[in-house]
Every structure is written in C-alpha cells, then in structure tokens.
Design a protein around this ligand. Structure first.
Ligand code: CS2
Ligand code: MG
Length: 407
C-alpha cells in the first residue's frame, strides 16, 4: 500500500478548520485535524509546500518513521504550525491503519482502560448568578465536572464569556482583525474567589470545578489566587501563569496545593519536561492536534504517568471533530487519563454537522466512542467547499494603561 494523494481543506462551517486527507493507492483514506486557530493558512501552506511532496509514494503503515521524518527531518523543529501539520498526518495514518486492521484506533493503542471518558463542560455568564445558573444546567445534564468563567465587573469582555454572542462559533465569526479586550489583574483577583465561594454554597462539593486563568497572572499572583481558591477544592486551576516560564510554577507550587493544569499551547514533550520532572503540575493539557499527533501524545502520557500527572486534553471549539474523535480513542486507552474538555458536539450547528460526522456520544457526564474502524470520522468535501475560509483572529488584551498583555 502506498500514499497516492494528499489533500488539504480549509473550510469555515461555523468556524475555520484545517482538514487533511491522505488517500492510498488501495482507496483507503485517513483524516487528520490541522487546525491552528487564527493561523489556519500557515498550517495549510506548510502541509502543501513542505510536507505533502515528501509523503507521496510512502507506505502509510510506517507511522513512526514518517513522524520521525517530519519531525527530525524538518531541521527547523517544533512550534505550533509545524506540529499541527505533523499531527494531521499522524492522525490520518492511524485512521488508515485502523481501517486496514478493521479496528478502532483505541484497540491499536492497547484497548479500553475505562468504560467512558469523563468530560468537563463550559459554564459561563456575565454575572455570578448567570454563571451559576449555567453550572446548574450542566449538573442537570449529568456532568461530573464543569469549568466556570465569569465576566469581571468593570471589564468589557472577559476570556471565556460570550457577552451578547450565543456560542463560540458566533464569537469567532466577526474577528477580521484582532479584537482588543481590557484586563485588570486586581479586578480579577478581587472577584474570582467570590464566584467559587457562591458555587460551593449553592451546589456543594460533589461537582468538579475547574477554572482557566488563561496565562494572565505572574507566578506570585497565581500563588495568591491558588491560596484564595483552596477552600473551594477545584479539580484544577488551568494556565495560571504563562507556560514560557516553567520555573514560575515552582513558585506557585511552594505556596498552594491547588492542582495545576497546563499545556494547551505546548507542541512537544520538551515544553512540559521540566514541569513534569519537578512535579510542578497535576494535569497536562496538550491536544493531539497541537502536540504533533497520537504518536507523541502517547509518549507524553507515559512520561507524565511516571510522575502521577494526568492527561486533560485541550478540547476547545477550535479543534475539529477529527481531533475530538482522536482524543476519545486516546482517552479511553490512556492509563493516566484524567478529564476531557468538552464543548458539546455543536449539534445546533448544521453547517458543522454537514461537513463532519463522528462516532462520539455523551451520556451521564461521559463521552462514549463507537467501534468503527480507524478514528470513525467522515468528512464531506462537497459540503466543506460551501464554507469558504474567513480570516479570524484571536483577541489581543491590554492592561487598563494600554500595556499589551496575554489574552
Ligand atoms: C481555552 C481555549 O479551552 C480552553 O482551555 O484556553 O478555548 C483557547 O482560548 C482557544 O483554544 C484559543 O484558540
Ligand atoms: Mg485553556
């Protein structure tokens, strides 16, 4: 069997996705997700100009050798664009191998380690009351864990809240240039503990709660927040401080026992190595698309497991159903899987569902995965062609004095 053709699709069924399709000379094909939110065209170009010519004629069964070829052979290694491109190839090759074997990818990884995949949903609101009403809806749907993000009084537009938009897809639709959002660490630190105090007062301690700081705090500010939130027993505090400064996590660790999660912007295990070996984190958030594929994520999971760190793959709306399916295969296998971020299947989004179909279902707080061979996802090229790419940026954040800050 040889790779005969490789196609890249950049389409916008509600938001932009980059999809790779590897077609063999025997007609079997595999799909991969190469979506990098706000940089979609860069990944598409990397694939078309620099990766695809090297794939034609290769044996698709040589997943490892092709991964090593695209990683080490590139010389200019790592980075979000490179690794999203490599990830899509890797996912597609695992998809092909599963289809040839007649097995779902999780069986090729080692089979099921659990009955279902625990998911956490996104509750958010413009006020504490709205956010807690949203939390109640997720509890009613059976979720075991929920992320809480609330607008900060006095700040227009806070990360993780929709404002007057109805969902993340609508939020992304009008960003032809980076929207600017204000940030105040003091307003945030003075407000967020009250959100969680009221959440526990209203719903008790059985529901798992997480919160995403989105890299906005210095290490000592993150330590302050961790200590303030300790009474509310969060499952984890995500991205409390920029991941660039791994040393900073030792500072946070020295001051608070709140579990820490990081890694959605990591592209290789090297980004996380010191955090893992110093046991400065508790959950690793790297996604299959941004982390270079299933092949390296398995290694990351095994390395993290040596330090009792669990996997909590990033599951934002800017990852396609192909990545979410790949996560499900990975999560049902990974011995140290912890929890999967889950923003729903976009059932209300007909465009998305006309382009992608997937084998996933959600019940009683768990994601369940069918037994279709490969990843189990279908991609409708004709439908995808209807939804042209629309440039869309992530926002930019500035402090109230205008200083450029982390979004
Ligand atoms: C967020 C992401 O889901 C999360 O944890 O950090 O939604 C992030 O903001 C987006 O992936 C950026 O494109
Ligand atoms: Mg995050």
């Amino acid at each position: 069997m040889n790779i005969k053709e490789v196609k890249v699709f950049v389409s916008c069924p509600g938001r932009n996705f980059v999809t790779l399709k590897i077609i063999t000379d025997e007609g079997i094909y595999g799909l991969g997700d190469a979506t990098l939110n706000g940089r979609e065209k860069a990944v598409a170009a990397y694939l078309e100009e620099h990766v695809i010519p090297c794939l034609i004629g290769r044996d698709p069964h040589q997943i490892e050798d092709i991964w090593q070829y695209l990683y080490k052979g590139a010389y200019w290694r790592r980075g979000p664009v490179t690794m999203a491109a490599i990830a899509a190839v890797d996912m597609a090759l695992w998809d092909i191998k599963g289809k040839v074997a007649g097995l779902p990818v999780y069986q090729l990884l080692g089979g099921k380690s659990r009955a279902g995949i625990t998911a956490y949903g996104h509750a958010n609101g413009n006020t504490i009351e709205e956010t807690l009403d949203s939390l109640g809806q997720f509890i009613d749907q059976g979720y075991k864990a929920v992320r809480l993000q609330c607008a900060i009084p006095g700040l227009a537009g806070t990360y993780g809240t929709l404002g007057d938009k109805k969902d993340y897809f609508e939020l992304q639709s009008d960003r032809p240039l980076p929207p600017e959002q204000p940030w105040s660490t003091s307003k945030y630190l003075n407000f967020i503990p009250e959100l969680f105090r009221q959440a526990r007062q209203r719903y008790g301690y059985d529901i798992g709660l997480v919160h995403d700081v989105h890299s906005r705090l210095s290490p000592i500010e993150a330590a302050q927040l961790g200590k303030l939130l300790e009474p509310y027993k969060l499952m984890f505090l995500e991205d409390p401080s920029p991941a660039d400064n791994q040393e900073g996590y030792k500072t946070i660790r020295n001051h608070t026992t709140i579990p820490l999660a990081i890694g959605e912007i990591f592209n290789t295990v090297w980004d996380a190595k010191d955090l893992i070996t110093s046991q400065s984190i508790d959950y690793l958030r790297t996604s299959i698309t941004h982390g270079g594929g299933i092949t390296p994520l398995r290694r990351m999971a095994d390395f993290a497991a040596m330090y009792d760190i669990r996997m909590a793959p990033h599951g934002a709306p800017d990852l396609s159903p192909i990545c979410h399916a790949a996560h499900a295969h990975f999560n049902i296998w990974a011995p140290n899987f912890g929890v999967q971020e889950f923003i729903g299947f976009g059932n209300e989004n007909e465009k998305l569902n006309s382009v992608f179909s997937h084998p996933l279902s959600f019940k009683d707080g768990y994601i369940h995965l069918g037994d279709k061979p490969g990843l189990g996802v279908e991609f409708n090229e004709a439908e995808a062609a209807k939804y042209k790419y629309k440039r869309s940026y992530l926002p930019v954040t500035r402090l109230e004095d205008g200083t450029l800050w982390y979004w």
